[in-house]
Structures are given as structure tokens and as C-alpha cells.
Design a binder for this molecule. Sequence first.
Ligand code: GLY
Length: 571
Amino acid sequence: MLLTLAAGCAPRATTNRGDDALGARRTPTFPAEWRFRPGARAEFGREAMIASNSREASEAGVQILRAGGNAVDAAVAVGYAMAVTYPVAGNIGGGGFMVIRLADGRAATIDYREVAPLAATRNMYLDANGQPTDRSRVGHLAVGVPGAVMGMSEALAKFGTKSLAEVMAPAIRLADEGFVIDSAFWRGLRSDSAKNVKYGGAALFYPGGAPLRPGTRLVQKDLAATLRRIAQRGPREFYEGQTADLLVAEMQRGGGLITKQDLAQYKAIWREPLRTTYRGHTVLGMPPVSSGGTTSFAILHMLETRDTLPTFGSAAYAHLFAEAERRAFIDRNTKLCDPAFCTVPVAELTSKDYARKLAATIDPQHASRTGALMQAPTGLHTTHYSVVDRQGNAVSTTTTLNLGYGSGVYVTGAGFFLNDEMDDLAAAPGKPNAFGLIEGEQNAVQPGKRPLSSMTPTIVLDPRGQVLLVAGAAGGPTIISGTTQVILNVIDHRMTLADAMRAPRLHHQARPDSIAYERNGLTPAALDSLKAMGHGLEQRGSMVNVNAVMRVRGGWEGVSEPRSVGAAVGY
Ligand code: GLY
């Protein structure tokens, strides 16, 4: 039976600043009830641009760029500033990944993911009946050895031009002098209050038991002192100095596992970037232990087997994207892990031949069933920032504490929250983690192991080899979907960056076996068609928190996530 697919309306061609990179941009049609209208303007900068979830952090990076710093200097300045102004996810107590592409053509990635403590054991998160507990998400046992300070320091030492003290100065000022918190900050504190009030951050962030009110100036003297020590003494201060002492004392207070030995042994890892082509563009992505690059590339490769993609917003497009995601996520959940602990078949999973075989199994009219495709049983607060400078250097960074405010544990005397990244390991293989991801034995808890991540910092080069797009996201596994869809919106659907960021998003992670979509993001007709094809459908409020920068004629456009907080700042 042939289904009548709900077609999106034909897009209109429009001329604007995006012209020269990819031909004319087109105005998409969004569903009538969708929260955003097409045609919004992006922030424009002739020389440089930074998009992040914090205006103060974007401004900190621009301050460093204006003082002659390059994109790596600015990215590190943004990273430290986010630890002050966006503590729900910005951090020195967590970890992340950075993809760097220099104007001279060199590219690099650095993995500063957290590591399981040496005393971690396979069943440490199970109760007496073998059932998972919340100890992998809340409290001292949930904390992996943080990597942020080491990763940012190494990136700066290798590719930056300024000293740690110079790039950290704006963050230290923001911690010392304070900044005014807004209602989004208050809402974040409120939603994570149950865990946060149990630990050392309660006095500062919940005076009298209630979250700080919007309009309050937040001054963080302990954090300012910690940042000042790191600025003066370098990363060893965090891993072996007074900050290490304070962190280990915090662990001992709450029954955590991290020791001085764990901290002293921590290493950030430089990894060869994943590199592929998509419709004539070069895409640079993050290799494992992030699954982001591998999974996003697999989706792009499957879609590239179609000469053109169905119209944006149509059921045919949602179906094709979801079926490609389903297949890529099955591989993600069953085959990827820390390469120091298992063999990861990255070359196969990112090969175009393999994608062709997978894409050939997509029935254009019917949903597949995840269970039928799987051969074996089988991460919410992160933040991304994108930076470009006047030379054309670009940095794409995603960093996280895992869930909002991480484990909730706050290092007393040092002034920062610690991650709960241990939940991105499989606390109970075969059972879902906080993001509903079901991972296998290869991600079971082991000492020294890095948890599999979905973070997808990405840089796309245009067919001439110039940086076109710098993008990445927050949102657990939806990071992969959101980042990939912004790339598709720009390359295939030819949207402006502002529209590409406002377009409704979809997500399919194989299990649960359903397409997640944003409320009013699909037309009723498209929903009916997808149901008729056999898809499960799950409506969500909003999905994914992307921050992106794109080259346009005469400069750069930047867009911070329209569904969330932040700012793009350029000049
Ligand atoms: N903590 C979320 C992720 O790394 O995917």
C-alpha cells in the first residue's frame, strides 16, 4: 500500500548573508503551531564570533580575541567563565571534548573525559538484589576523576598564544566580583534542589533553603581563589595541589572513591580527529570515547546514499532520518566504548560502504523494529560553545557535569560542583541509564575506564576547505541528533543558521523504539503518516541545546540555542 506522505511546503529561495558559501539560503516552512517563525536574524560579526549558553562567557572569549588571542585562547577563556556563570553544566569538576581546526589546515582533538576511580568496581551501583540504585547519579560515589582543567590547559599550551593567567582573568573577575543571576539560572537551581541542598553548595546557592532569586548578584569567593591558584600554578594545582587536597577531603567526607593517586594519574588524550566528507564538505568530529563523531558520521553517510533528501518537515524526511538514527544508535550502544578497554570498530562504522549496506535495509514506507535489527543486547546537562577568530581558526567544545549540577556534590572550600559521569558507564549492563541508553558489557564499570559519551563537537568545512560551520550541543544522546540536524538543515535544506537552529528537531536512539519529536514540531498529517508506517511517537517539550557559528558573506553568524539561554557575541 502506498501511503500519502505529508509533504512540507516548497521552500522559498531567499538571498541573505549565507549566499556565497552554499548558494542561496531557503526559507523553510515550519508547522503552523511551532514555537518559532522562520526568518529570524543571527548575530553577525565581521571578524570573529562565539556562541555559548552564557552571555558573560561569550563576552569573556571576545575580550581575549580583541586582545589578540586566537580561537583556542578564547575557547579556554569561555570554558573557565562558564564554570563561574553556568555552573549547572560549565565546570572545572567535569570533563569534555574539543575539536580544533586551525586556519593553516591542521586539525586536532583533545579528550578530557572523566575517568573511573581506581577503586571503582563493576557492581558498585547495584543494591543487594542486583538492582541499579541512584548512586551513579547523585552523591560522592557518582563522581569520575575530572578532566576539564587538564584538557583546557593542554589545548592552551599546544595551540594557544596567551598564558593561563591571561585567559583565566575574566573568569576570576566574574567569580570575585559576581554577576547577576537570571530566571533561567533560578529555574535550574530549583529543579536540581533536591540533590544540591544535601551537599556543600547549599549555603551559597540555597540560602535559607531556597534557591537564589533572579536579580541576586552571585559572588563565588572560594571558586575565585581556586581559579587564581590554577592560573598561578597551572593544572598541577588542581591535580596535586591545594585543590586536590580539598577535593579528596570532600570525597572522604561523603564516602567517595577519588584519591590523590587518581588525580595525579589523570591524563587528557590527544586523538586524531575523525574526518569524512558529506556532499562535498569535510566534516571533522570527535572519535571514541565520544560516540558523537562516529554516530553522526554514520547517520550522514546513510542519508548521503539518497541523491536528495525529502522536504524538511515531511513524514518521509522524519522517517528516513529516524531510521538512519535507529541503525547508527544500535551500533553506538553495542559496539562503542573506551578504546583503552575494548576494540572499537570505528573504521567500519564510519565507512561509506557499511552505511550503504545499512541504508539499503531502510524500507521507505514502513518503520523497522529495533529488536529485529539488533544482534546483541544492548547521557541531562552539558554545554557546548563554538568559537571562530579573525584568522579562521575554529574551536568546537562540549563539556559536561552529566546531569544538572552533576552529582550535586560541591567541593567545600574550593567552590565547584563535581560531575556524575559514572552514570555514563553501564552501572548495570543491559539496563537504561539516566538518558534511557541501554549499553552492554563493554561499558561496564572498570577502574580507569572513560564512560562512553554522546558529545559531538563538530567542524564542517565548505568544498573550498574553509570553515563553514562550528556546532555541537547538550542533551545526552539527543546531542548527536541535534548537531546532525543543524548540519543537514544548513547543507541539504539550505536554511540560514537562524532557521537551522529554530527548526523543529527529531530523535531516535533505537531504544526506546520511537521517534521523539518536539511539541508542535511535526504537522498532524506528518504524525498520522508516521504512525501508519509503524513508528512509535513520543512528544517532548524541547530537545537539544545547540550553539553554533557559521561563515557567511563578509563574516560570521552566531546563534545560541533559541530554546535556552546564552548569547552569540561577535565583532
Ligand atoms: N554526559 C552526557 C554525555 O557525555 O553524553
